[in-house]
Design a protein around this ligand. Sequence first.
Ligand code: GLU
Length: 533
Amino acid sequence: MDSNMIKTRFAPSPTGFLHVGGARTALFNWLYARKHGGQFVLRIEDTDQVRSTAESAAGILSDLQWLGLNWDCGPQPGGVKNEYFQSMRLDLYNAHLDKLVKDGRAYEAYETPQQLAAMRMVAEKMKRPFRYRRNMPGRAERGSGPTVLRFEMPFETITFHDLILGDISVGGEEHDDIIIRKSDGFPTYHFAVVVDDHDMGITHVLRAQEHLMNTPKHLGLYQALGWQPPAHAHMPLVFNMDNTKMSKRDKTKAARAAAAAWIKQGHTLETLVEKSGIPADQLKEFLDKKTDDSRLAAAIGAALAVHLPEIDVQDFRRSGYLSDALLNFIALIGWSPGENREILSREEMLQLFSLETIGKTSGRFDRKKLLWMNGEYIRKRSIDDLLHDLAAFNAVTDYPIKHATESQQRDLLAMYQERTGTLAEMAENSRFFFEEPEMDAAAFKKHVESGNGRGLLQQIRDMLDSITDWSKDQLVPVIEKIIELGEKRGSAPQTLRVAICGGSVSPPLLETMCLLGRTTTLARIDKALQKTG
Ligand code: GLU
């Protein structure tokens, strides 16, 4: 390996789904490595044994693959544990922990969580931030509580140059002797991240600003272990348009609000238990804010048919955003490629990306802009490409279009390309092709039941019935004649549309009828005629 080679990494903790903030971190690391001909490493930071799950790791991998962010070193597809999972690297951490103990830089501590809370309270009463230090009075005796290892931070100021934020200094009085090995024998994030970034030859750590104050701690460890630290760059946070930090909680908050509104309408909690399939005790816990489980939020959203704000990459995929559009959009949160450029291909991103063009202040997540961008992507794409996007969408959703043949899917994509913002919108609006539509009563009244609607529909039926070969060529002249029918030009096609689509909005009649086929078209007209009865 070229010793000057740039190596970046994305190091998610597998405690949930990949959210858009994480996806942006992954993208910037990927761009930086690819742009400089370097390597992009994916590492799963599963040292929190309680919160880490294999399911989450597999989900993160699949989302990164969907986004096209391929890695050079990392877990295998599916998330089978290998040496890029921290839980498989305990021997390495222990060797370095032992060395720190031997060098006198790590020491055992025995406080219980209650003791630590009491120590914190004392500090707070004295209006001083609590800092655990080896030389502080009142430390717990050996054997009195769980044994952890703490790292003795240096007492001097630590200064580093952040490639985005500039020079950052943290005074010695701010340092805290952090825990580096927990009582369960696992290293903490702080320790494992330093050992791994060093061991894997990471040259640049690009991560979110919420980690900024972790970096001095890590630099203390690098110094004690005698290692050269990588360069650091901390990226701006992602905010909602209302200036709140975008977080997984936005989804649980929205689900709670929907449940509260529903109960306020006079429904009981028991009915929500029934509708959502969530056991009563879990539902109560969720509503009392004791847990923020996004799966429960999703179940409530589905049960009450309310749309929850998308936060995780999977949410956007299920809502029918294209991976390229989402990637393009998240690239622009906190990064400005200049010249007001907005729609950028991966190649263009690679050309224009640099750490100097990343902002220092938080970026905004503008959902309206994302929707616009997605529509732009859909319109510009070839049907072949859209077919791939649709397959990826169908893999995580269950609309009727999922079961359509490839040729039907192609026809639908061609029909909806100009008129849909997302694939989910298309999947929803095209339901009537596959299942009997629920009739829009107002449209039915206006276009079929009123005036001579019924007569027109009967006439249309007779004309269509005479077509033997249900093809575009034969349908075109008949549709032309239908347009001329009735007193008002255009009213007859609308009557036909409502009868076969269940509402007054649909793609053009010709394509719609071709895809519906002769039998379904005529059967739906008959049903509408019967309804006017
Ligand atoms: N596992 C950490 C996280 O998910 C990684 C932070 C880092 O990049 O150092 O936040």
